[in-house]
Design a protein around this ligand. Sequence first.
Ligand code: FNR
Length: 182
Amino acid sequence: MPHTVAVVVGSLRKESFSLKVAHAFAKIAPPLLKLQIVTLHGLSFFNQDLEATPPADWVSFRETIQKSDAVLFVTPEYNRSIPGVLKNAIDHASRPYGQSAFAGKPAGVIGVSVGVIGTAVAQQNLRNILAYLDVPTLGQPEAFIQAKEGLFEPDGSIAAASKQFLQQWVDRYVAWVKTYAT
Ligand code: FNR
């Protein structure tokens, strides 16, 4: 039985490295994972005043998470934290209070940035949020990817230098999902 995974990409940029890593991940993920790459274009700001009558874009994002067996976050690092669009999306799916769409769903966190620490601080911030939301998040290995020349092959796959590392990460993530997904 395949497990559906919402791959939430925390950048809206057309040429986003995070989006490219999400696609590269999809190329090496086993058929057991049915990946849906979720970008956050069109998801409006959360406003608690509208919780009783949520707009269609809120409902749609929330349902995407709800229907998934697992989540994979691909986060950029903005000012040593996660981008506002990603925090906004997490806030959406965490509501209404007590009915978080994330609760109990296994998650993974990876990230890519031009900086040498490769989103390490953003990922740590994200892990704090996910811990509060009761999301079992794969701890090891960590994946801090630096966006350097030659990271990707022309077809979008990860080049040889990082391929084995990413494959190992994928294998651990699959095992994590199998353990927790219902
Ligand atoms: C950044 N960037 C950045 N990089 C980093 O390693 N640590 C940081 O704290 C920040 N802060 C930051 C803030 C803002 C507002 C921007 C726009 C950028 C650089 C960032 O890693 C780079 O732009 C990535 O390419 C963003 O990810 P995507 O859009 O390529 O997925």
